[in-house]
Design a protein around this ligand. Structure first.
Ligand code: PLP
Length: 385
């Protein structure tokens, strides 16, 4: 059992610090995930939906205009924004819902902050005819009324959580409470590479399709590995999916980009949050600090345990960008390439704009465009006017 005991730890990070009744449920989930992740039928079905429903593979697009503008490394964009529902989140929800089906669940629950993971979950529940309940902080339901409607349109029930500050943290607490109560027929579909084991490993597994594809695509186009891979980091799912297949390729620089006002890795220190150990933005007493990102999807004081580890051992670099740089990058990619990136993804673009000119024309970098910016156009309009 030694191998099993080590599962879920990345150095000192990760693990599972939850009450015994929840741990029992997570043990079943772990067992089922490791059973099905290499199952041929399971992967055949997952691939079918990736291709037919999501529209994979997503292109690795050579951003020729942006490259010329920066002068330096070739810039490639991994177009996760072209996926059905407009972001990388669909990769994870599809994987997990197929697992939920295999486990005999009739009901799916999820947490959501701004609503993006809630919408992705409601989407696959609609397709698979699953009963779907989304927990969302009451404050967030007010600020994101359109996403609440979107989830309801897709047939989900949205529960506004009034407790505490009525934000993401309380939504997560309610979802776990529901899971403990109803685990015999309910599956908790978690949205990022965070939370207690096995969630970070499971989410990475399903998001790794991003780097598996990009590596093949880059090799086909350039005949070698990229110099660097850049992705934005909230909880860390699109970044760990973009890095996964390159972690062993030590010559490839892996760069995670955080908002300077929600810089968990850059400004935090080890701590415990939501039942796992990671680097947390916290005050002297260890209370999580409030974060202020213009990108709702990056507004989280913690980060996935594997990123915490990759940072500690120096395998990946983590940098920050300012709101001004993000807004500039959002507009630049729109104008130069005709691609409006999500504000989250614009963080990665912003760093690419800084890095590319410092590299040579023999270098190439892959920027993960985690989502499309249609959802952010109104917000940017209000910020720029
Ligand atoms: C949710 C979201 C993110 C942040 O989540 P990660 O788990 O860090 O990937 C980034 N980009 C987009 C488009 C998102 O919807």
């Amino acid at each position: 059992m030694e191998a099993t005991e080590k599962r879920g730890f990345f150095g000192e990070f990760g693990g599972s610090q939850v009450p015994a009744d929840l741990q029992k449920v997570l043990d079943i989930l772990e067992e089922q995930f490791y059973h099905f992740k290499d199952d041929e039928e399971f992967n055949k079905e997952l691939n079918y939906y990736f291709t037919e429903y999501v529209g994979r593979k997503s292109p690795l697009y050579f951003a020729e205009n942006l490259t010329a503008k920066c002068g330096g490394a070739k810039i490639y964009l991994k177009r996760e924004d072209l996926n059905h529902t407009g972001s990388h989140k669909i990769n994870n929800v599809l994987g997990q819902i197929l697992l939920a089906k295999r486990m005999g669940a009739k009901r799916v629950i999820a947490e959501t902050g701004a609503g993006q993971h809630g919408v992705a979950t409601a989407t696959v529940c609609a397709m698979f005819g699953m009963d779907c309940t989304i927990y969302m902080g009451a404050e967030d339901t007010k600020r994101q009324a359109l996403n609440v409607f979107r989830m309801e349109l897709l047939g989900a029930k949205v529960v506004a959580v009034e407790k505490g500050q009525g934000r993401l943290k309380e939504a997560v607490d309610e979802a776990f409470a529901d899971l403990v109560e109803n685990y015999d027929h309910t599956f908790y579909l978690l949205g990022s590479a965070v939370g207690p084991h096995p969630f970070p490993s499971m989410v990475k597994h399903f998001q790794a399709v991003i780097s598996k594809e990009s590596k093949e695509q880059h090799l086909a186009k350039e005949g070698k590995l990229p110099t660097a891979v850049i992705a934005c980091v909230g909880g860390g799912s699109n970044a760990i999916g973009s890095f996964a297949d390159y972690i062993e390729d030590k010559e490839v620089r892996l760069i995670g980009v955080e908002p300077d006002k929600a810089a968990s890795i850059t400004e935090g220190r080890p701590g415990d949050l939501h039942g796992f150990r990671c680097i947390v933005l916290q005050d002297e007493e260890g209370n999580p600090l409030p974060t202020y990102s213009i990108a709702a999807g990056l507004d989280y004081p913690g980060v996935g345990p594997e990123h915490s580890y990759l940072h500690t051992i120096g395998r990946a670099e983590y940098v920050t960008v300012s709101n001004e740089e993000v807004l500039e990058a959002f507009q630049t990619l729109s104008k130069v390439e005709g691609i409006i990136p999500a504000l989250e993804s614009s963080h990665a673009v912003a760093h690419a704009l800084r890095l590319a000119p410092t590299l040579s024309t023999d270098d190439s970098i892959i920027v993960n465009i985690s989502g499309r910016g249609d959802k952010d156009v109104e917000q940017v309009f209000n910020m720029l006017k």
